[in-house]
Ligand binder design. Structure first.
Ligand code: NIG
Ligand code: FE
Length: 414
């Protein structure tokens, strides 16, 4: 049992847990200045203002005085491709030398490059390399994470990836949700018979994924040159038959109607949204689907940023995630996302924190126990170094402002 005292500001304090914060409400970030917080059995027990702190109530607690530091819930990263075989920095060099992301994909690089390498790697190697990356992310403040398959693209390799994710779940101190992304790209062997690959996903892969309980969500890369709206719809409906809810890659490069299809098929989230039109917004507005923005992908590929202000004005709930993957986003650092959201998307620090905590948790159905400082919630939180105000965190970008990360009430050490 621990009690943290003299917290300069305790952020994202909720008495009545909010399951999601809608766009217009996102500017409000509840906090208690000069606060205390107690932790017991891995959960947040109680908290309040130092004015009401009663030391005698905590005589058998470890007392941790953190004068000058802030406490906030750990980041929730609701979109990653954490399991992969190798980095793709050769493609990065090719882009520096003038090739585009699309040109690299067309010559068999990109996702297919990752799939070829993954096929050659042992399950053990994939597990250990992903586990070590995961530990690095927790040190950077991530306290819950979603991980996708999608670099397998065959029954055998997709199952291999999902088993690795399952093993990560069993051994990780933070919650993990798994998404089946068999529809990430068409394998070379299905050229000119793309619909047969959709059949393969639906009739061969999905039953196995379900049989071994390997995923909670279903995803597809709905994009020109990848999966059409019709193909995406077939996959989402087939996933629903196995109880997998959609979280969908849509509107990264083109608005082709994937948002409507996702919303109609009860998607938990639609992710990317670098390009959105009025019709997309009108569908999202009427739904409870969360818009997940991935600004470090925009940064790395030099594509537009998701129009967060516009979406929030339409009262759409936004979450921010990393998209960590070796191709379009080789970083899983949520603190950098915080800076990009404020610097490039013009979100206020309060809006960004809501998007990276409660709404991130909502985008992976964890917001009943993660994403806020609330009684009975998991004691997963970040203690900052001494800082003058919240805005200093995104403002002084590229610096590490984290003093320590607590997971289930214990200081995290990899
Ligand atoms: O979310 N857009 C599709 N998939 C990934 C990138 C995959 C890759 O390049 O390896 C993304 O950006
Ligand atoms: Fe992605």
């Amino acid at each position: 049992m621990k009690v943290f005292i003299n917290i300069k500001s305790l952020l994202q304090t909720r008495t009545k847990p909010e399951l999601v914060v809608k766009g217009r409400e996102m500017k409000n970030l509840p906090c208690i200045d000069h606060a205390w917080m107690s932790v017991k059995d891995g959960l947040i027990e109680r908290f309040g203002s130092m004015e009401d702190y009663q030391p005698e109530a905590f005589s058998n607690y470890e007392i941790i005085d953190i004068s000058g530091s802030f406490i906030l819930p750990t980041w929730v990263d609701s979109h990653t491709h954490l399991v992969f075989a190798e980095w793709r920095n050769q493609e990065f060099e090719d882009r520096i030398n003038g090739m585009t992301y699309h040109e690299i994909a067309e010559r068999g690089g990109g996702i297919l490059n990752s799939a070829r390498k993954l096929g050659e790697m042992s399950e053990d190697y994939l597990y250990h390399s992903a586990f070590s990356r995961l530990n690095g992310l927790i040190e950077q403040g991530t306290g819950a994470i979603e991980i996708k398959s999608g670099y397998g693209l065959s029954l055998e390799s997709e199952l291999k990836m999902l088993r690795v994710i399952k093993r990560l779940k069993e051994n990780s101190p933070i919650p993990i949700k798994a998404t089946f992304l068999g529809a990430h790209a068409f394998p070379e062997s299905y050229k000119n018979k793309e619909d047969q690959y959709i059949d393969e996903i639906i009739n061969t892969m999905l039953p196995e994924v379900s049989k071994y309980n390997l995923a909670e969500y279903i995803d597809a890369f709905c994009e020109t040159g990848y999966f059409s709206v019709e193909q995406t719809e077939r996959i989402l409906k087939a996933g629903a038959n196995y109880g997998l809810k959609p979280k969908v890659h849509v509107n990264q490069f083109n608005a082709i109607g994937g948002i409507k299809t996702s919303v109609v098929n009860n998607a938990i989230s639609v992710d990317h949204l670098e390009v959105v039109n009025e019709e997309d917004i009108s569908f999202l507005k009427k739904s409870s689907t969360i818009a997940v923005a991935l600004p470090s992908c925009s940064f790395f590929l030099e594509i537009p940023y998701t129009p967060a202000i516009k979406l929030m004005e339409s009262d759409i709930a936004i979450a921010l995630a990393t998209d960590f993957n070796p191709g379009s986003t080789p970083s899983g650092n949520m603190n950098f996302i915080f800076s990009l959201a404020c610097i490039k998307m013009k979100m206020t620090p309060e809006q960004a924190v809501n998007a990276m905590t409660i709404n991130g948790a909502a985008a992976m159905e964890l917001s009943d126990h993660y994403g806020a400082i609330a009684e009975g919630f998991a004691a997963n939180f970040i203690v900052t170094k001494p800082i003058n105000s919240l805005s200093y965190l995104p403002y002084a970008f590229g610096e590490n402002h984290i003093q320590s990360v607590y997971i289930k009430g214990e200081k995290f050490k990899a």
